[in-house]
Ligand binder design. Structure first.
Ligand SMILES: [Zn+2]
Ligand SMILES: [Zn+2]
Length: 267
C-alpha cells in the first residue's frame, strides 16, 4: 500500500508546483515584455519625428533640424542594436555535463552541468548561466558573461536617448491643458511621448546607476545579494557594500568592453 505523504512533503510538493507555475508564467510573459519594450522605443521615435519636431523645431534652420534628426536616429539605432545583440548573443551557458560528480567539480543539481565560479542555474531558462547577473524579462534572456557589455551599452544608450527625448519634448503647461480639454490627437501623442520618456528615464537612471556600481566594483547582482544576505546589521551592510568595495575605472572599462575577467566570472 502506498504511503501517504507527510505534511512537510506535501508542503514541499506544493512549493515545487507553485515555483513551476511561476516559471511557466514568466516564460509566457517573456514575448509580451519584448513586444512592449519595442513598442515603447518605436512610439517615442515616431512621435518625436512626426509630432514633437514639427512643433519644437518649427522655424529653425535646416542644419539644426538635421542635427536633431541624426542624433535621434543614431541613439535609437544604438538602443536597438545593443538590445538585439544582448538578446541574440546570449549570456553563455555551461554545457559540460559532469559524469562523475565526486571528481571535485562543482555540479548543478538541476541540470548536471559543471558550475564554475559565478555560474548559476536560471530557473526560467532552465540552464546554467556563466557569470550570471540576472534574468531580464524585457529581453527574455539571462544577462551573463557574454552579453553583459551589450546590456550596459543598451542601458547607457537608453539613458542618453530618453534624457534627450524628455528634454526636447518637455511639455509646456498649455499643451497639457490642450491635450485634456480638446483631446487633440497630436497633443496627446506629444504628452504621451514626454511622459513615457520621463518615466523610462527615471527607471533607467536607477538601473544604470546600480549597474555602474556593480561593474566598477567587479560584482554581479547575484554576488551582491549574497553579500547582503550574509549581513546581520545595517552597519555591516554599509561596510560590505560601500566602504569595503574596491571601485575601479579599469573594472568599468573592462565591463563595457566585454572582458569579464575582472568580475571573476570568466571560465
Ligand atoms: Zn544547472
Ligand atoms: Zn534566464
Amino acid at each position: 500500500m502506498r504511503e501517504r505523504p507527510s505534511l512537510s512533503q506535501a508542503r514541499s510538493l506544493l512549493e515545487d508546483a507553485a515555483e513551476d507555475a511561476g516559471k511557466v508564467v514568466i516564460r509566457c510573459l517573456g514575448p509580451l515584455y519584448v513586444l512592449a519594450a519595442n513598442a515603447a522605443i518605436l512610439f517615442i521615435a515616431t512621435s518625436m519625428v512626426l509630432v514633437v519636431y514639427p512643433r519644437v523645431l518649427a522655424g529653425q534652420p535646416v542644419a539644426n533640424r538635421a542635427v536633431h534628426l541624426i542624433f535621434l536616429a543614431s541613439t535609437v539605432g544604438s538602443v536597438l542594436w545593443n538590445y538585439y545583440a544582448c538578446a541574440s548573443v546570449g549570456p553563455g551557458y555551461s554545457l559540460t555535463k559532469i559524469q562523475d560528480p565526486e571528481a571535485g567539480h562543482r555540479t548543478c543539481k538541476k541540470c548536471g552541468c559543471a558550475k564554475p565560479e559565478g555560474c548559476h542555474h536560471c530557473s526560467v531558462c532552465d540552464k546554467c548561466v556563466l557569470g550570471m547577473d540576472h534574468h531580464c524579462p524585457w529581453m527574455n534572456t539571462c544577462v551573463g558573461r557574454d552579453n553583459y557589455a551589450y546590456f550596459l551599452r543598451f542601458l547607457s544608450s537608453c539613458w542618453l536617448g530618453t534624457a534627450y527625448t524628455a528634454a526636447v519634448s518637455s511639455v509646456p503647461i498649455e499643451l497639457v491643458g490642450m491635450a485634456i480639454k480638446y483631446r487633440k490627437k497630436d497633443s496627446g501623442a506629444h504628452l504621451s511621448c514626454y511622459l513615457l520618456s520621463l518615466g523610462v528615464l527615471i527607471g533607467i537612471t536607477l538601473l544604470l546607476g546600480f549597474h555602474l556600481y556593480l561593474a566598477s566594483t567587479g560584482q554581479t547582482t547575484i554576488s551582491l545579494v549574497d553579500k547582503f544576505a550574509s549581513c546581520e546589521t545595517w552597519r555591516e551592510v554599509a561596510r560590505k557594500l560601500c566602504w569595503e568595495q574596491d571601485f575601479s575605472l579599469g573594472n568599468l572599462r573592462r565591463a563595457f568592453a566585454g572582458r569579464r575577467g575582472a568580475r571573476g566570472r570568466a571560465t
